[in-house]
Design a protein around this ligand. Structure first.
Ligand code: URA
Length: 238
């Protein structure tokens, strides 16, 4: 049993606060009966309607996938390419939290908890996303500073980030750079490097918040523990 406002928020219908408002105003019915008590406990088997419309609730699942290259981060693809959902054996309607490009690998959360997904994706909640980028050429300190102070991509200035050169390989003339951001604009990391004249040759997301994929092989996934789910919620509220 869970609190009604939590179940509504997890369905992705609206935020928990908005759900409380809807309940207090008498817009929510549980199994046909109007419920205005905020503490009311409900079950996934109950039918919840808001303003006459049944909302979709189901038990929540939380998965951490080590996304391989050559897979799209969507629930379906009109070009028939393999999607991250195809890699997961689940009967729930999961969706990816944020997006990794077709050729980007690494940590990706999939869930049907709309509330957590929205909290994790909102830049205001400053969830660190740790990327390791292989870029062409020697990545010098001046450009690292430029990236960390914020650069313009598509007319938007990126927030401050952490940028560190990890390694330079003379033979291939390429650099391995760690970059930590909490925003998630389309192709953000690649565009940030591009804005200072560097091409990203390879990109991996090592971590989302405290979750890393060190113990997962490419294409493998695992379910998050209750402790990890609570910690993720807590990280968004810091
Ligand atoms: N930034 C990118 O450019 N690509 C990704 O897949 C993720 C972040």
């Amino acid at each position: 049993m869970e609190r009604l406002q939590k179940i509504i928020a997890q369905s992705g219908y609206c935020s928990r606060r908005k759900a409380e408002e809807l309940i207090s105003c008498g817009n929510v019915r549980v199994n046909g009966k109007i419920v205005t008590e905020l503490g009311t406990k409900v079950d996934y088997a109950d039918t919840i309607t808001i303003n006459g419309k049944v909302i979709d609730i189901e038990p929540k699942e939380y998965i951490l996938l080590n996304k391989p290259r050559g897979v799209v981060t969507t629930t379906s693809d009109d070009k028939g390419r393999k999607t991250v959902i195809d890699l997961i054996d689940s009967d729930k309607r999961l969706y990816p939290v944020g997006r990794l490009d077709y050729d980007t690998t690494g940590a990706l959360i999939l869930t049907n908890d709309g509330e957590l997904a929205n909290l994790l994706m909102h830049p205001r909640n400053k969830i660190d996303k740790v990327y390791i980028a292989k870029v062409a050429g020697f990545f010098d300190k001046t450009n690292a500073l430029k990236l960390s102070n914020g650069v313009y991509i598509d007319g938007f200035k990126t927030a401050k980030s952490f940028v560190k050169l990890k390694k330079y390989d003379k033979d291939t003339n390429s650099s391995i750079v760690e970059i930590i951001i909490h925003e998630g604009k389309n192709h953000q990391v690649k565009k940030m490097f591009e804005s200072v004249g560097y091409k990203v040759l390879k990109l991996k997301r090592e971590k989302i918040g405290f979750l890393d994929v060190k113990n997962l092989k490419s294409g493998e996934y695992r379910y998050l523990s209750l402790k990890e789910i609570k910690k993720l919620y807590a990280e968004t509220k810091k």
